[in-house]
Design a protein around this ligand. Structure first.
Ligand code: PMP
Length: 434
């Protein structure tokens, strides 16, 4: 039988860092990445035959649990009919209709048209091009610590993997492109007002994570999304709400549906859950805006694999499974795990907070709840690697970075939750000794 170490050695000789996405290399947690061969429900199994309770959930998509029979059947049925046609299919329309119908609040329906793409990066990249095309302006306002994928203009102070690697951004981004993105502090309305006072006529859009989850969980201040929507609109700019991570996860209508103060985004981006574990993402908005996209309008966007029938089948099956009872199960499991983590850390004498946005939560090793990227980075992040390793050794797979959310699924039943809860005290003691 092979080992994780042997697989990693082989992988490093074949792929940069042995991975196809940086955080998978476990660089910041000081242990060998696990190579998985199968997954079922809340569990993943590595090449050594070891099973872990999984709190990564493929970084979000696995919201109904891994390899859910209904989703697998839908994908198998679709595959048997053809892997892709490069032409329209009825399933794409059905998924678009599902997204449009679900994202509503108090009768408002911000999504009248949807375009399906393959990754969250493409969704935000296209939303930005659309905002620029619609407004005839170039500048984008983004918040430090928010991650919107790896397109050139969005990598400045981008949280997530770049935060884990302590990189300021990325080499290879032309200065002229970086200069089109104005990065400001999150949860700071004065900073938003100032940037619009200075450059308001040139700003096409604000892009914001609906409830940031790529610097750990940092909830928006009460009414923050509504306030930035108003500021953007007062200056003729758009609000792009990035729900790639939160969409269809924190509730049937995403964060849009549960923000304590309702607000009106112009474009919304989705990924992860909407593709049910296969490569699919989406953007949506009013018909007037979305129909600026080719072939109707002047803003170009295309994709060989866009609306792939297998991904559409997985997305539809997953959304259909996510009924009120499934959301309630996730919320309850998240509460149990978050409370147990906090209790274990308190017992071990570790200074910490647990921040939550709906069912998303993460631990931060800080005295008071971080509210922006600077306060997130000021925490005692060195306590995460020993905490992470202790959980892994006890058979719980957490995100390998303190800057990521813990992803609970509807498949995390009492048995899986108990295994997590039982592992927490030893991990908390390891964090205390760091
Ligand atoms: N936006 C947000 C909020 C995300 O969390 C992510 C991925 N973690 C992306 C965009 C990019 O999505 P993808 O990795 O599918 O390109």
């Amino acid at each position: 039988m092979t080992t994780n170490a042997a697989e990693f050695e082989r992988a490093r000789a074949a792929m940069p860092g042995g991975v196809n996405s940086p955080v998978r290399a476990f660089g910041s947690v000081g242990t060998t990445p696990r190579f998985f061969v199968s997954a079922s429900g809340p569990y993943v199994t590595d090449v050594e035959g070891r099973e872990y309770v999984d709190l990564v959930g493929s970084w979000g998509p696995a919201i109904v649990g891994h390899a859910h029979p209904t989703v697998v059947q839908a994908v198998q049925d679709a595959a048997a009919r053809g892997l892709g046609f490069g032409a329209s299919t009825p399933g794409e329309t059905a998924l678009a209709e599902l997204i449009e119908a679900r994202v509503t609040r108090d009768g408002a329906r911000p999504i009248e048209r949807v375009r399906l793409v393959s990754t969250g990066t493409e969704a935000t990249m296209t939303a930005i091009r659309l905002a620029r095309g619609a407004t005839g302006r170039d500048l984008i306002v983004k918040f430090a610590g928010h991650y919107h994928g790896h397109s050139d203009g969005l990598l400045a102070e981008a949280g997530s993997g770049v935060a884990t690697l302590a990189m300021p951004g990325s080499a290879g981004v032309p200065a002229a492109i970086a200069a089109q993105t104005l990065v400001i502090a999150y949860n700071d309305l004065d900073a938003v007002r100032e940037v619009f006072a200075a450059r308001g006529d040139d700003i096409a859009a604000i892009i914001v994570e609906a409830a940031p989850a790529n610097m750990g969980i940092v909830p928006p201040a009460h009414g923050f999304n509504a306030a930035i929507a108003d500021i953007a609109h007062a200056h003729g700019a758009l609000l792009i709400l990035d729900e790639v991570l939160t969409g269809f996860r924190v509730g049937p209508a995403g964060w849009y549906g549960i923000d304590p103060v309702p607000f009106a985004p112009d474009l919304i981006t989705f990924g992860k859950v909407v593709g049910g574990g296969l490569p699919l993402a989406a953007l949506g908005g009013s018909a007037a805006l979305m129909e600026l996209l080719a072939p109707l309008g002047p803003v170009y966007q295309a994709g060989t694999l866009s609306g792939n029938p297998l991904a559409v089948a997985a997305g539809r099956a997953t959304l259909d499974l996510m009924d009120a009872a499934a959301y309630a199960r996730i919320d309850a499991a998240a509460t149990t795990i978050a409370d147990a983590a906090s209790a274990a850390l308190a017992d071990a004498g570790v200074t910490h907070v647990v921040q939550r946005s709906g069912s998303l939560f993460s631990i931060q090793f800080a005295e008071t709840a971080p509210h922006d990227y600077d306060t997130v980075k000021a925490q005692e992040a060195f306590r995460w690697p020993p905490f992470f390793r202790a959980m892994l050794e006890q058979g719980v797979s957490l995100p390998p970075s303190v800057f990521e959310a813990w992803f609970v699924s509807a498949a995390h039943d009492d048995a899986a939750v108990s295994r997590i809860v039982e592992a927490l005290p030893a991990a908390a003691r390891a964090a205390a000794e760091a």
